[in-house]
Design a protein around this ligand. Structure first.
Ligand code: FAD
Length: 404
């Protein structure tokens, strides 16, 4: 069937790197590509290169479990993810690209009184932010998801917090859509171009060294996700980031059964079903620092145990594949979008488990910061300095299975 696809026009050009750009973005994942797109579209800055060491979309943007939501609790995260979800809702029209955005709703199950109280508090915060949240009873959950294990005495399902505007999107299409949009506006997308050094003169960034030669730049913007610590070290910076592996899994294709994204707070698990029928799921980090994008077996076992406890019927399904991605974890679990201490060098990192849903928002506010040197109104609290001063930390680790 693919023979008919010969001779298609590539979605983007394959330019040779120029010797100089106004802005160089390090990393051709979702955030780097979205930043380039919004720099061109919203700020008219098109003398831009995205430098990607591998191929566009080969990093975490193509490895995640595709969950999109705006159900954070703390100020700082709350307004940022709200901004991002609104951009998701218009993104396909804006890019004229089908990213299979599916607002199928996310249902966070709770299993005890403490989790219910936390769900109520978080639901109120979400509503105050202007987004949607609904507390569902056990019977309402049973109606939506009868396949869940309602007889589990250890992890009883007492109800759930639902956000109906949340859902999933096809992750690589998001990268391709932003890539095409940026390329059409004149941005150079340069693949197989690893950045190996950042040139700083008198406290100001002046360019980068790459596998394809030196490139001068007035501004350099990091968007290297799991490699942020290593890339920042090229400019002599130590970031408050540890890189950890997170695994994901997909089953063989099954008939439609799971209509929503469902998370299971007690065992930490999140599941959804892809349009091809595969159950897509994941749980915790592997919990040791690593740059190897492969997972350990104890976490595979934990994830399968949680899934079978939640949905006993899946014990009969076969696992199709699993993979890992490298997460840039901050101590408070919240991201950084800020100036660095070096003039002209900008930081976008610390996405932890949750940077896919941030893609449009991150690109949008990062482009604003790079273009104007002022933070966007939706991202005033995503500061690097909070880890030095201790002021303004946003510890969202208490939200259990909502991390994804
Ligand atoms: P990436 O796609 O990793 O982009 C960074 C790019 O930088 C890479 O392409 C890399 O090759 C490049 N790079 C690195 N170093 C250099 C260098 N020296 N020179 C040039 N290029 C370089 N988030 C959610 O919101 N929802 C989820 O359901 C979810 N599930 C996840 C499940 C898994 C298994 C994983 C691994 C992640 C998940 N995430 C999720 C997190 C999300 O995928 C990431 O936070 C997000 O994709 C990171 O931003 P990015 O897309 O720009 O990263």
């Amino acid at each position: 069937g693919l023979t008919g696809n010969k001779g298609w026009t590539p979605h983007w050009r394959d330019p040779e790197p120029r010797t100089e750009y106004d802005v160089v973005i390090i990393g051709g994942g979702g955030h780097g590509l979205a930043t380039a797109y919004y720099l061109a579209k919203e700020h008219g800055i098109t003398n831009v290169a995205v430098l990607e060491k591998g191929y566009l979309g080969g990093g975490n943007v193509g490895r995640n479990t595709t969950i999109v939501r705006a159900n954070y609790y703390l100020p700082g995260n709350s307004e940022f993810y709200s901004h991002s979800l609104k951009l998701w809702e218009g993104m396909e029209q804006d890019l004229n690209y089908n990213a299979m955005m599916s607002q199928r709703g996310i249902l966070n199950l709770y299993h005890n009184d403490g989790q219910r109280d936390a769900a109520v508090r978080r639901g109120n915060a979400i509503i105050n932010q202007g987004d949607d949240a609904e507390l569902l009873s056990r019977d309402q959950v049973r109606e939506l998801a009868p396949f869940l294990n309602f007889d589990n005495n250890r992890f009883p399902i007492m109800g759930g917090l639902m956000q109906r505007r949340a859902g999933t999107a096809r992750h690589d299409a998001v990268a391709w859509g932003y890539a095409r949009g940026a390329d059409m506006r004149g941005v150079d997308l340069i693949q197989n171009c690893e950045v190996t050094g950042i040139d700083v003169e008198n406290g100001k960034v002046v360019g980068v060294q790459t596998a394809r030669g030196p490139i001068r730049a007035r501004k350099v913007a990091l968007a290297a996700a799991g490699r942020s610590g290593q890339v920042a070290a090229m400019a002599g910076l130590t970031l408050p980031i540890e890189s950890h592996v997170l695994q994901a899994f997909v089953s063989e294709g099954l008939k439609p059964i799971v209509d929503h994204v469902i998370t299971f707070a007690e065992g930490h698990l999140y599941i959804s079903q892809s349009d091809k029928g595969g159950l897509v799921f994941g749980s915790y980090l592997d919990f040791y620092s690593s740059y190897a994008a492969r997972g350990n077996l104890p976490m595979v076992e934990h994830t399968m145990e949680s899934f079978v406890a939640m949905v006993p019927a899946v014990s009969k399904a076969r696992l199709l594949r699993s993979w890992g991605g490298i997460m840039d974890m901050t101590p408070d679990g919240s991201p950084i979008i800020d100036h660095s201490p070096i003039d002209g060098l900008y930081l976008n990192c610390g996405w932890c488990y949750g940077g896919f849903k941030a893609t449009p928002g991150s690109g949008h506010v990062y482009a604003h910061l790079i273009a104007t040197d002022r933070p966007h109104g939706a991202a005033t609290k995503l500061k690097l300095d909070r880890f030095r001063s201790g002021h303004g930390l946003m510890d969202e680790e208490g939200t259990g299975a909502q991390h994804n």
